[in-house]
Write a protein that binds this ligand. Sequence first.
Ligand code: BTN
Length: 249
Amino acid sequence: MNITVLTYDTVDSTNTEALKQARLGADEGLCIVARQQTAGRGRHGRTWVSEKDAGLYFSIVLRPKIETKYLPLITLMAGVAVYDTLQELGVKPDIKWVNDVVVDEKKISGILAETTETNDGLAVVVGIGINIKSSNLLEIAGIATSIGSEPGAIATGDLTEILTKYISYFYDIFTTQNGPAKIVDEWRRRSTYFSGKAVLVKLGDKTITGITEGLESNGALRLRKADGDVAIVQAGDVESLRLDQSFRR
Ligand code: BTN
């Protein structure tokens, strides 16, 4: 994949800009990077706080030629790429299903994939935010962390360059033979959430608790519930639980 990076000082959202460029015919590999976002978006309609130079605000246009059922795996692929990027910088991350990259359960990166129809077929924009500086309130509240706050972290060099190196690498794997299964396997090797983790999953006003038991071939989370049934979770927010919290009620 040919990577082209367009850098802006301020945009509303790098995802919005990348979706616009995709509809105008941008090739796969176009990346939009901004120093700040005025309307950064998170998952489930949330805001992504995007102060100037406090984070990497990055979106890439992809045009994957894969079966539609495997599209959700693009966010897992991006999570794996972010994981390796952070590890190269000396940070010790984990990936919380589906695509939060965390350090000691504190969020350091979020991923938001969005699709749009274009004249050249479906385009997927993968937006990635990585916290670089500890300037935001979530960090003070103990919910988030940043590269700058992690003791082992080394100077970041060009974060965009490292990230695009890993995205290209894993996207090539994803789009070749048996790619989806290989991405699930790469994810398994990096995430403590893959199996044996007691979690609570929230989706809207519904919650399910259980022990994780691997992923489906499209990336959905398998959850063994206390009644012995397996729930297949396609979307939702996951929190890890201590066993005594979840099952000694
Ligand atoms: C999440 O809720 O965890 C996903 C956050 C995704 C944030 C990134 S920052 C770059 C890109 N542009 C956006 O508006 N959102 C994504």
